[in-house]
Design a protein around this ligand. Structure first.
Ligand code: SF4
Ligand code: FES
Length: 296
């Protein structure tokens, strides 16, 4: 049974209502907090607006040409402004331009990590892989053109047929008449021999070297640095054997082979895989001389 009197209950309710009602001090605190939040939001909005206005952009001047579209048959340069982001490559900037401004902008690319060799271009006057070239290292406006000394198909895409023909001419695959004895199925190579040909195996068939070579530009039949490097890769491989090496030397010492090279080093300078192309060509020249020495 309850022992509480009606008077006691009334007093208690009044006390609770007083406790629930916000005091003047609480109201002031809430108002202060609300104003501070509003001020923060206003400042953040201002900063975002300023960042958008200050956004760093890079200017690209890109070669355009399309023989199949009326009005685009005359070569020209289009300008694209691309928001710069840290680590951005020329390929990133081209992709942004294509995806944002003009979906007809045409260029080759695949791996985006300097492996497939499909995006060699002429950037600010030098042969480069677009995916390996940092925007931050280039002067603006950045001029992007197709590889020189090759027929332009469209925009930055060139015809690679001639380059592939030259590569094919040196039979760029392993051949041997000598097979290991016994049960061993693999062709073992000494560590030293592997070291010797190591750099030559790095070629990714990008054609930057061929495009940079004055001799190749003037002599369409010249094998070119990439093909000669490929010949080196196999001629120096001890597993192929002397007969095959002899055949390879005959290919590279023909009229439009190694002797055309004038050691200008342009190929070595532009190779994105740092292959010492000129050095390899010179070594093959020495091999060719030795091969032709006769002792009576
Ligand atoms: S040798 Fe170098 S520049 Fe020439 S095709 Fe190979 S990777 Fe490209
Ligand atoms: S995209 Fe493959 S090498 Fe650049």
């Amino acid at each position: 049974m309850s022992t509480q009197t009606p008077t006691q209950t009334e007093e208690s309710s009044e006390t609770d209502a007083e406790a629930d009602a916000p005091s003047k001090g609480d109201e002031r605190r809430d108002e202060k907090r609300r104003r501070a939040a509003e001020e923060r939001a206003r400042r953040q909005a201002e900063e975002a607006e300023k960042a958008a206005a200050d956004e760093e952009t890079v200017e690209l001047k890109v070669f355009r040409y399309d023989p199949e579209v009326e009005g685009k048959q005359e070569p020209r340069f289009d300008t694209f402004h691309v928001p710069f982001t840290k680590g951005m490559t020329v390929l990133d900037a081209l992709m942004y331009s294509r995806d944002t401004y003009d979906s007809s902008l045409t260029f080759r690319h695949s791996c985006r990590q300097a492996v497939c060799g499909s995006d060699a271009m002429f950037v600010n006057g030098g042969q480069k892989l677009a995916c390996k070239t940092q925007i931050s290292e280039l002067e603006e406006p950045i001029r992007v053109e197709p590889l020189p000394h090759a027929e332009v198909r469209k925009d930055l895409v060139v015809d690679m047929e001639h380059f592939y023909d030259q590569m094919e001419a040196v039979e760029p695959y392993f051949q041997t008449n000598e097979y290991p004895d016994g049960e061993l199925e693999e062709q073992r190579q000494t560590r030293e021999n592997r070291e010797k040909i190591k750099m030559s195996t790095r070629c990714i068939w990008c054609s930057a070297c061929m495009s940079s070579c004055n001799i190749a530009a003037g002599d369409n039949e010249y094998l070119g640095p990439a093909a000669i490097n490929k010949a080196y890769r196999f001629a120096m491989d001890e597993r192929e054997g002397e007969d095959i090496k002899q055949k390879r030397l005959e290919i590279i010492e023909q009229e439009h082979g190694v002797w055309r090279c004038q050691t200008q080093f342009s190929c070595t300078e532009v190779c994105p895989k740092d292959i010492p192309l000129t050095e390899h060509i010179q070594e093959l020249k020495r091999e060719a001389v030795k091969n032709n020495l006769k002792f009576w």
